[in-house]
Design a protein around this ligand. Sequence first.
Ligand SMILES: Nc1ncnc2c1ncn2[C@@H]1O[C@H](COP(=O)(O)OP(=O)(O)OP(=O)(O)O)[C@@H](O)[C@H]1O
Length: 243
Amino acid sequence: MSQREQPVLAERLGKKYSRGWALRDCTLEIPAGRIVALVGPNGAGKSTLMGMTTGLLRPTEGRISVFGDAPTGRGMHPAVAFLTQAKPLYPQFTVTETLRYGRNANPGWDQAYAEELVEKARVPFAAKVGTLSGGQRTRVALALALGKRPRLLVLDEPLADLDPLARETVLTTLVRECRAQGITVLLSSHVLAELEDVCDHLVLLAGGRVRLAGDVSDLLRAHADHRTLSGLALAHMRVEVAA
Ligand SMILES: Nc1ncnc2c1ncn2[C@@H]1O[C@H](COP(=O)(O)OP(=O)(O)OP(=O)(O)O)[C@@H](O)[C@H]1O
């Protein structure tokens, strides 16, 4: 696979903030077409890694390549869409205006696809974003992210404020769309059980370092005392936090 097709390659990547190192010596790859679980205890460095993957944060040391490009830290890579728990949508915009903003901001914008996602979610186009429920806002944010037609979708705890039913619906939609479109996904969540049937690759961070990374099936074969992604991840987190 050429560098241009490889979603993410990080080599000895590190990020230091004023309070110290948030991520250190991080070498990993995010393989194309996978749905990758990014897990780890609070403060492990997940958001920091995602920030450097999207191009919004500049590394302090090491290298990261996103589809062959070195992110600048000044703006989002054009092939990457990013969705966080905060979902920074303008509350005064209607859903239609929000999609118009997406169209103006993104050269590869697919209006028909974005509208289809909003229609499937049964969110009224005329409603102001500030009046929508958390679940509806997430569906609009997802339409905004996928309408960009990204090759890599980075999701930082995007479901955290949703009820269990809404979480399930959004996650199912997300996985169905990403698998159908061949989009690589990097998804962080503290709810390990819900990553179980969704993710086929795992990256576990703790204390700013990569502690476990690889295809879930390979990792489970290598750690035969665990049968599930969540069991394996939880056991590793316990060891790392205790250390
Ligand atoms: N802008 C910042 N300035 C200073 N320190 C920061 C900044 N952002 C993150 N940190 C620190 O870097 C470390 C890693 O934070 P990060 O948010 O990447 O972890 P995380 O794994 O996403 O955590 P959580 O699961 O709690 O969201 C933490 O110690 C955090 O306090």
